[in-house]
Design a protein around this ligand. Structure first.
Ligand code: TRP
Length: 329
């Protein structure tokens, strides 16, 4: 069977590494743009739990974060009947393809991998999973005849390696035919979302605002954002972390906030309260869905299992093609 027919919509695929509670930066930078693609593409979203195993060393943390991620994406609007949503670990064919692809890449290329090099530079002793990470990621992508992969800039190198492996395979075993689809990266506009300390919001900096924190915690956190200390009456420049977050997350209140800040008589405390109210109004319905979804793990399991079944249909077709091409039955 050839790669997924050209007459179908092109396939877009995203892998989500379940290592943290999704924060507002993930929402703006990854979740919302990825969900927007399902209007144009046949979308595959999966939870990259085996990739997380390079870091996560705790069974309970692994279990929990897979459900956190699944419930988050569903609460944000992922429609499991319109997209194929599954756990990486439910499609074992990915390891078969990972082996094949690992034979298509030089160790020197993997040695130049950013994450592996960073780990070495930090004096860590990276495990072989970190070394081989790009190979499993390539298999994730190629297994489903993926045409485009929406990724951040940090993943560009992984996409280049994926393209190399697929191209090499086609060259060696496809006799000029595109047996494996060579994917294109879809690099998102780098939307830099500042965290509580003004630096890029990231789990490792501990400066994140978790998307579905309870309302009270969300409010408390916003109130702690560091702002200017001008007196209430003073006119203020609409800039800094709080204003930037308002502009990115609740643009409909940003213009009015800017005007009030410039006019004076409106303090940063007022601005925080206004931002909190606008953000909470946006998040509350999603948070409610999240809590309901998160409270029913068996329902999430069932949904992911159904997605995996659909994913495996395509995975098996690819593997049949690959095994045949390399001379295996
Ligand atoms: N490496 C990606 C990240 O850290 C996660 C990932 C794994 C992925 N497999 C993928 C992303 C396949 C896109 C396609 O965010």
């Amino acid at each position: 069977m050839p790669p997924a027919a050209m007459t179908e919509r092109p396939t877009s695929l995203t892998g989500i590494k379940p290592t943290n509670e999704p924060h507002l930066g993930n929402y703006l930078g990854a979740i919302r743009p990825a969900l927007g693609l399902s209007a144009t593409y046949d979308t595959f979203y999966f939870i990259a739990d085996y990739h997380a195993l390079t870091m996560v060393r705790d069974r309970e943390a692994m279990r929990k974060s897979v459900y956190d991620v699944a419930a988050t994406w569903l609460a944000c609007g992922l429609d499991p009947s319109a997209t194929t949503f599954f756990r990486q670990s439910d499609v074992p064919e990915v390891f078969e393809l990972a082996w094949v692809l690992s034979c298509m890449v030089a160790t020197g290329q993997l040695e130049r991998g950013h994450s592996y090099k960073d780990a070495l530079a930090k004096g860590e002793a990276p495990n072989a999973g970190i070394f081989n990470y790009p190979v499993l990621m390539a298999a994730d992508i190629v297994l489903y005849d993926t045409n485009v992969v929406p990724v951040g800039k940090d993943q560009k190198q992984h996409l280049e390696l994926t393209r190399d492996m697929a191209t090499r395979f086609n060259h060696l075993f496809g006799a000029g035919e595109e047996l494996l689809v060579v994917p294109e990266p879809l690099i998102g506009e780098a939307q830099l979302v500042p965290g509580l300390d003004g630096h890029k919001m990231s789990k490792s900096r501990g400066n994140g605002i978790v998307l579905f924190w309870p309302q009270k915690k969300l409010r408390k956190t916003i109130m702690k954002i560091v702002t200017g200390s001008e007196p209430l009456e003073a006119p203020k420049e609409p800039a800094g972390t709080l204003f930037e977050l308002t502009r990115l997350l609740t643009p409909h209140v940003a213009d009015e906030m800017a005007e009030r800040l410039r006019a004076g008589g409106y303090g940063w405390g007022h601005a925080k309260q206004d931002f909190f109210e606008a953000l909470d109004a946006e998040l509350a319905p999603m948070r409610e869905r999240y809590e309901a979804l998160r409270a029913d793990e068996p329902a999430l399991d069932a949904m992911l299992a159904e997605g995996a079944e659909r994913a495996r249909v395509r995975a098996r077709q690819t593997m049949t093609r690959v095994r045949h091409a390399i001379g295996m039955r």
